[in-house]
Design a protein around this ligand. Structure first.
Ligand SMILES: [Ca+2]
Ligand SMILES: [Ca+2]
Length: 574
């Protein structure tokens, strides 16, 4: 999260001295750097999921104008293999387009590579149809997470290009806030939060929880996933969980002796657009907050259940740490948070009150330990929570509701189960209706604000949890439509994930991408997307693919993780 107290000087410098990516290669306006060369990407009038569709899933494209007749053309031999008729013209106030059509070719199930040709309109970029299209997406998004690793060096190859940084942030973190300015608490590892290098427990726990929910629901598919990370094949852990453990290693180190958890590790103000290893300003451990402690208790308890079958000793460590954090919360029922004066000494947003976080913790502690007091706390305080369509780090009660509803432990109050199931069902009904009706399939309808792409991706968690409770094919359709939107069936006809699909973001607000000598951005990172900039433009049309635009073009681990969940839900069952 860099929007808060962004150092304007750094981006101004870049505008004057280098291209928007912050590298020495200079391209003309509208051009992008691919393979070290400047190219002018082709804009296609037909907007599709530019990575691909599932043979047995809903398949939709959006385009402007034309007669309404469309064809699917097989790339291999240019044969027309399907003909269809798109919708009547649709108007969208969001984008001021009055001649949109939705082409539905769900019944076409042939596998291979295709283009959609719309009569008197134009063609889509090529896309694949195959049972494994989500696999590539999960793998690249996980590579994106690996690239965010802190306290270590990172080195990997993607599409023939090497991305790397040296070991960084080895001094994490100084204890000035604890009256010991000469001392450190070792808080290495974990993922850099976003385009900046801070590490925040609230957002870091949400991120991990999105990934652990994916594991809990789609383990058979995810356990088969091979990632090219240093720990691959070691210690009996699946690669996916190795990446999760890297974040858990950091989280554990954030706990204090008494069980409370420090809120974050950051510099005093955001770094300039430098590489991780050049980010050498001192970083400090923030005071303990009950928000961070509750998020820690929740996600570490959840991790204990996930890791138990693979490493009982590690699971025991997680259980002990989670229990200690929960005991701290029980002993401190009144919120412990930070003053504005303290907050000003750290970077980033993510300051939030603890009621939602405590609910999530209670649900996880109950599910992991069978703790009756935790169940009583959840049912007393969680009875009237809603499950928003759009939610993010300030609304973590949703995670508590999901764990509570998915639980198979005896002892829940049937009335609470029924009420919360109803709350989830009405949220998902709204998501499905929006996704089906919106010309670009957006489950969040006409909501546009900072980080909306991540929020849109996260609607799939609501849907995925309900589909575990009440299976229904149209729920999978709603997940697919979000997957499609993020990969090109959107206003821009472009993928929102670096390195994936057609004409993806080239200049994310991401320090490693901006500061290294590689022209291409680091792959596997979902950008925030269009939002209301109060600049007279329609919010839907404000995405700017430039490194200085932290509002629409930053990346963040919580957005990536939400999309990992969405893609994981679409993996073929092995
Ligand atoms: Ca909160
Ligand atoms: Ca670069």
């Amino acid at each position: 999260m860099t929007w808060y107290r962004f150092p304007i000087g750094a981006s101004l410098l870049c505008l004057l001295a280098c291209d928007p990516g912050g590298t020495r290669v200079s391209c003309a306006t509208g051009e992008r750097i691919v393979g070290g060369e400047c190219i002018k990407p082709v804009a296609h009038p037909v907007h599709v999921n530019t990575v691909g569709y599932l043979p047995d899933g809903i398949k939709r494209a959006t385009y402007r104008g034309g007669t309404g007749k469309f064809q699917i053309v097989r790339v291999a031999d240019e044969e027309v293999v399907y003909e269809g008729v798109a919708s009547e013209l649709i108007s969208s106030a969001e984008t001021a387009e009055s001649d949109l059509r939705v082409a539905d070719f769900s019944e076409f199930a042939e596998m291979g590579e295709f283009r959609l040709r719309a009569e008197d309109s134009g063609e889509s970029p090529p896309f694949r149809i195959g049972p494994d299209v989500a696999e590539e997406v999960v793998r690249v998004l996980m590579l994106g997470m690996y690239g965010q690793r802190c306290g270590t060096s990172v080195d990997f190859e993607y599409q023939g290009t090497t991305f790397s940084h040296d070991t960084c942030h080895l001094e994490d973190a100084w204890l000035n806030e604890y009256g010991a300015p000469e001392e450190k608490q070792v808080t290495l590892y974990g993922w850099h939060d976003a385009g900046d290098y801070g590490k925040y427990v609230n957002n870091g726990a949400l991120t991990l929880a999105n990934m652990l929910f994916a594991w809990i629901q789609y383990e058979p598919a995810l356990s088969a996933l091979e990632l090219d990370i240093p720990e691959s094949g070691q210690g009996g852990l699946p690669d996916y969980l190795h990446e999760c453990k890297f974040q858990l290693d950091w989280l554990l180190s954030m706990q204090r002796e008494d069980g409370g958890v420090a809120d974050r590790v950051t510099t005093r103000s955001f770094d300039a657009m430098v590489r991780p290893e050049a980010s050498t300003n001192p970083r400090f451990l923030a005071p303990v907050t009950t928000t961070a402690t509750a998020d820690f208790a929740a996600v570490v308890a959840q991790a204990a259940r996930v890791f138990e079958p693979f490493d009982a000793e590690l699971a025991e460590t997680y259980r002990n740490a989670a229990k200690k954090a929960w005991d701290y919360l029980v002993d401190n029922p009144t919120e412990i948070n930070t003053s504005n004066e303290v907050r000003a000494r750290f970077t980033g947003g993510y300051w939030s009150s603890d009621a939602d976080d405590r609910l999530w913790a209670a649900a996880e502690i109950w599910e992991t330990f069978g703790d009756a007091d935790a169940l009583a706390y959840f049912e007393k305080n969680g009875t009237n929570v809603t499950v928003p369509v759009n939610w993010d780090w300030p609304q973590l009660a949703s995670l508590g509701v999901f764990t509570y509803l998915l639980s198979e432990r005896p002892g829940r109050d049937p009335a609470v189960v029924e009420r919360l199931t109803g709350a989830l069902r009405s949220s998902v009904t709204a998501i499905v209706n929006q996704a089906m009706q919106h010309p670009y399939g957006r489950a969040v309808g006409d909501m546009y604000y900072w980080g909306i792409n991540g929020v849109l991706a996260r609607t799939t968690l609501n849907v995925g949890v309900l589909s575990a409770l009440e299976p229904d094919p149209k729920l999978r359709d709603a997940i697919i439509l979000q997957f499609d939107h993020l990969l090109g069936r959107n206003y821009y006809g472009r993928s929102y994930v670096t390195g994936l699909g057609h004409d993806p973001p080239y200049y994310p607000h991401h320090r490693p991408s901006a500061a290294d000598s590689v022209p291409e951005p680091w792959p596997g990172l979902l950008i925030g997307g269009p939002l209301n900039k109060n600049n007279g433009m329609l919010p839907a049309t404000t995405w700017s693919d430039s490194a200085g635009d932290f509002e629409s073009n930053e990346v963040a681990i919580n957005w990536n993780a939400a999309m990992i969940y969405a893609a994981a839900a679409l993996l073929p069952a092995p």
